[in-house]
Design a binder for this molecule. Structure first.
Ligand code: GTP
Ligand code: MG
Length: 200
């Protein structure tokens, strides 16, 4: 699971514009601002491979990053960005759903869920949509370092609540992992998991 090199290949506005070289790939999905681009940078241990921002809505296209010339990490636009115009939100759904349903080389989706806030309906809806469409996924809980928020529960409690709801809908709930892109928590475990799925 060692990452030797990573190379940005292209941004695609439509699923049919994605690379056609048939390398296996992992898509990074989650609410806007959940930490998708940050997770990619943490995985590949480079600061600005994927562009990040404090403002939600930074990533707007399907971005392919080739790792070790043999597999892709795909950065996707976030969903649930409240300030996005209606037209952009429609595009999001068409773009990503089209991608998920037609991308034969997709190994699994890493569905990122913010562990620093209580479980959100939009994330559960997304997990259920992927589940119904039999798209393999791994729940990646982000921002597990953010525990000082007085209003919210601790990350462990938020994760447990999320899992409890998920378990009601699945015979076999997807695997999950706690991460922090600042400290690198969960990085090695996640990469190992991804390498096992690639070789399966
Ligand atoms: P969009 O591209 O807008 O959908 O957002 P994104 O999901 O790619 O989020 P991004 O990686 O740009 O991160 C959003 C904000 O969260 C940035 O300010 C990051 O520094 C911060 N962030 C990401 N991961 C972590 C984490 O593990 N811990 C903490 N404390 N902050 C994080
Ligand atoms: Mg992003």
């Amino acid at each position: 699971s060692h990452i030797k090199e990573v190379e940005f290949i292209k941004s695609s506005a439509k699923p049919k514009d994605c690379p056609k070289d048939n390398f296996p790939e992992f898509a990074i999905l989650g609410r806007s601002n959940v930490g998708k681009s940050s997770l990619i940078n943490a995985l590949v241990r480079k600061k600005e491979v994927a562009l990040t921002s404090k403002k939600p809505g930074k990533t707007q296209l399907i971005n392919h990053f080739l790792v070790n010339k043999s597999w892709y990490i795909v950065d996707l636009p976030g969903y649930g960005f409240a300030n996005a115009p209606e037209s952009t939100r429609m595009d999001w759904s068409a773009l990503t759903k089209g991608y998920f349903l037609n991308r034969d080389t997709l190994v699994a989706v890493l569905l990122l869920v913010d562990a620093s806030i209580p479980a959100r309906k939009i994330d559960l809806d997304c997990a259920n949509w992927l589940g119904r469409n039999e798209i393999p996924m791994i729940f990646v809980f982000t921002k597990c370092d953010k525990s000082k928020n007085k209003k919210g529960n601790r990350p462990e409690e938020n994760i447990k609540d999320f899992q409890d709801i998920i378990r009601e809908n699945y015979r076999q709930p997807p695997p999950w992992i706690m991460t922090c892109s600042v400290s690198g928590l969960g990085r090695d475990e996640l990469l190992l998991h991804m390498s096992q799925l690639r070789n399966y």
